[in-house]
Design a protein around this ligand. Structure first.
Ligand SMILES: NC(=O)c1ccc[n+]([C@@H]2O[C@H](COP(=O)([O-])OP(=O)(O)OC[C@H]3O[C@@H](n4cnc5c(N)ncnc54)[C@H](OP(=O)(O)O)[C@@H]3O)[C@@H](O)[C@H]2O)c1
Length: 387
């Protein structure tokens, strides 16, 4: 059983086929402890997994998009953070907090004084697998990592996805609604038009119509305060045989067939737990991460039938954009990118998607899936579909 799972993982680790850079960790650097507790009216946005491959790009994008906000990169290894965030750390607005998110103390440190959080951490990192392919000298960490992952077979609820995500969201909700909020870019350009040079930039504004409160609500003006990086395909292992047949191109991709360590089920559980918290949330489910793909237009859809590729920089852009998009609140959507198309604001397409509450009826969900599947199937040859 264990051998099979380890084998499956090794196969699955290459499923996105992405080229990833290994970490270089200077040995002598000391850890930076939290310098937060400023409180005050300036938004503080925490990025969990801030030294990870999406996380570091999310830190960069949030700093760029929200020039009056402070950003907290939550990391396990400050030396690695100093390496991968060297450019961003020239900003006075970035702080690095060392925290193990598998502990209550780590979650408290990550969330303290924050108004919003972008969650990019995962217990199922494939980062070392790429180091493994790069160098024989780096074999040990991936082997260790595989053993760590195997532990989740016996205690699945201990992974960050199932345990830490709802705990952090609940802690964030307990912080209360922030006195200021990030504002959506205005005016919203028409999606088909390429953005003007420089684009529109979100800015901070006094708190307006936000009522804060329940994550399940879709009240106008409520901004997402917890943006979760999840994954396309998390619902597919649980589809019925009829659904798998009807949406074959989505159901028959390798990650769904392999589902190593039940990663998709655990991520789905984490999503469900997040929806039950009181924090306004958005769940972003990227398709296959592939940093060899050039940045492109973000394509979003609901119903978990999407397939495609997206580079991590585009994922980070989508995550950061959600923070100022009230119409992203209480929604879950898949996301991939089309490099052939110019960039366009992702807010309007997100706005057209149904909320999770609207998809709670099986009939509504099925109708959305059929519509999305039919449309998305035209964008790429089915045989190239992959997440
Ligand atoms: N691969 C794909 O094609 C694909 C497709 C769709 C979605 N996804 C999802 O995308 C995410 C992967 O993003 P990525 O490439 O950025 O992953 P990554 O580079 O492996 O980053 C994972 C981050 O999680 C952090 N982390 C892990 N355990 C932690 C803990 N106990 N406390 C604090 N931080 C912890 C890691 O910290 P360290 O830096 O200290 O290790 C790292 O920063 C996953 O959720 C994955 O399921 C992947």
């Amino acid at each position: 059983m264990m051998c099979r799972s380890v084998g499956l993982l090794l196969v699955a680790l290459g499923w996105a086929g992405c080229g990833c850079r290994g970490f270089s960790v200077p040995a002598s650097l000391s850890m930076t402890e939290s310098s937060s507790a400023q409180g005050g009216a300036v938004p503080l946005i925490s990025v969990a997994g801030g030294s990870g491959r999406v996380g570091r790009l999310a830190v960069k994008r949030v700093l760029e998009m929200y020039p009056e906000a402070r950003v907290r990169a939550v990391v396990r290894d400050a030396a690695r953070a100093k390496d991968v965030l060297s450019e961003e750390l020239t900003s006075q607005r970035l702080e690095v907090v060392k925290a193990d998110l598998s502990t209550a103390a780590g979650i408290t440190a990550a969330v303290k004084d924050c108004s919003a959080m972008v969650w990019c951490a995962t217990s199922f990192s494939d980062a070392s697998a790429h180091s493994f392919r790069k160098s024989w000298a780096q074999r040990s960490p991936p082997v260790q990592r595989i053993f760590n992952l195997a532990a989740f077979l016996f205690n699945p609820d201990n992974c960050l996805e199932a345990k830490a995500v709802p705990a952090a969201a609940a802690a964030l909700a307990a912080n209360g609604a922030p006195p200021y909020r990030l504002q959506a870019p205005t005016p919203a350009p028409v999606p088909e038009q390429p953005p003007k040079k420089g684009g529109t930039r979100p800015s901070l504004g006094a708190k307006g119509g936000s009522k804060g409160g329940a994550g399940g609500g879709d009240g106008e003006g409520v901004l997402p305060r917890f943006v979760l990086l999840s994954s396309a395909a998390v619902t597919r292992p649980a589809w019925s045989a009829a659904e798998k047949e009807e949406f074959k191109a989505a159901a028959q991709i390798p990650i769904v067939k392999l589902n190593p360590f039940k990663i998709l089920d655990l991520k789905r559980k984490g999503e469900e737990a997040l929806r039950r918290t009181a924090v306004p949330y958005t769940i972003v489910r990227p398709c296959g991460l592939n940093d060899k793909q050039a940045p492109g237009r973000l394509i979003v859809s609901a119903g978990d039938v999407a397939a495609g590729r997206i580079c991590r920089a585009d994922v980070a852009e989508g995550l950061a954009a959600c923070l100022s998009e009230p119409l992203a609140t209480a929604k879950t959507f898949e996301m991939f990118a089309l490099p052939g198309l110019s960039k366009a604001p992702v807010g309007p397409p997100i706005g057209s998607l149904p909320t999770d509450a609207q998809l709670s009826s099986p009939d509504a969900l099925q109708a959305v899936r059929r519509g999305a599947y039919g449309l998305l199937s035209q964008l790429r040859p089915v045989q190239n579909f992959d997440v």
